[in-house]
Design a protein around this ligand. Structure first.
Ligand code: SAM
Length: 281
């Protein structure tokens, strides 16, 4: 195991604070500080930013972020049992770790990071991670408050986030992520890397904001992609009927063949389609 600081090994921390993993909180801990350091390095230079970490748990990634030079870390954790372990890390890195107890889905990320430049890093239950990713991609102002997102997902979800038109995993998530961001998979982690091991391989996804994404109403883009990929085998003239209005007229305005299927339309095509729907409303 890597020695990245003088704090006790994570197995000892878990035993000392009675942090048996809870399934209900999606707890699969990373105890190898080599691996958490690799995630921290994937986030790039941390010396000039506040790192917002969601779900620090016993603190393996938190320690790696701090040891890798994060200016400071703001960590949001829902499980109160983890707070004592995090307080020990706080004492080891005076003035560099803020611990916030609560549900990340309810907390304003800008308020807790005080308007500082932010990079976000997290190893989260995948359903919470997907929702937070969508929240962070959907913020009204662009460029957003964050410079990058470095997030753990099930590999299957990661593939959907980075998928582009022509990829097997291309769908709603790929269109929404592709519209406003560059997303790539950094590296995979085998189930054995976690305690307890999950059933499937995980992957670290790194996301940066795209400069000047095409203007588009996000709500409309969500509606259009949900309808189109909800019935992905059907032609768009039929799958988009659920949205009402003059389907064929909207498709024509967006310069998209009425007989095309969702998987054949690239991100720009979906943006044109959403804008054509907005214009026809
Ligand atoms: N980051 C630690 C690691 O890598 O070992 C823990 C990872 S574990 C997969 C997920 C962590 O997220 C747990 O500590 C869990 O309590 C926390 N968590 C789950 N849902 C959360 C939420 N909605 N808001 C904040 N933390 C949450």
């Amino acid at each position: 195991m890597a020695q990245i600081d003088d704090l006790p090994p994570l197995r000892e921390v878990i035993a000392q604070h009675g942090l048996e993993a809870k399934k209900s909180l999606g707890q699969n801990f990373l105890l190898d500080l080599n691996l958490t350091s690799r995630i921290a390095r994937t986030a790039g230079d941390l010396s000039q930013v506040t790192v917002l970490e969601i779900g620090p748990g016993p603190g393996g990634l938190t320690r790696a972020l701090l040891a890798n030079g994060a200016k400071n870390v703001v960590a949001i954790e829902k499980d109160t049992r983890c707070l004592a372990a995090l307080t020990d890390i706080q004492a080891h890195y005076p003035g560099r770790l803020d611990i916030i107890e609560g549900d990340a889905l309810d907390i304003d990320p800008v308020a807790v990071t005080g308007g500082e430049p932010v990079k976000i890093a997290a190893n989260l239950p995948y359903n919470v991670g997907t929702q937070l990713l969508l929240n962070w991609i959907s913020v009204p102002q662009w460029p957003p408050f964050w410079q990058s997102l470095t997030l753990m997902f099930q590999k299957e979800v990661g593939s959907r986030i980075v998928a582009r038109q022509g990829d097997k995993a291309y769908g709603r998530l790929g269109v929404l992520a592709g519209w406003r961001t560059h997303a790539s998979m950094a590296f995979d982690l085998s189930p054995k890397a976690f305690t307890p091991p999950p059933k499937v391989t995980s992957t670290v996804v790194h996301v940066t904001p795209r400069a000047g994404p095409l203007p588009c109403d996000l709500k409309m883009l969500e509606k259009v992609t949900a309808a189109a990929f909800g019935q992905r085998r059907k032609m768009l003239r039929s799958s988009l009927k659920a949205l009402g209005g003059d389907t064929e007229g909207v498709l024509e305005a967006a310069i998209i063949p009425a007989t095309a299927r969702a998987e054949e339309i690239d991100v720009e095509g979906f943006v044109r389609l959403a804008n054509a729907y907005s214009a026809s409303a």
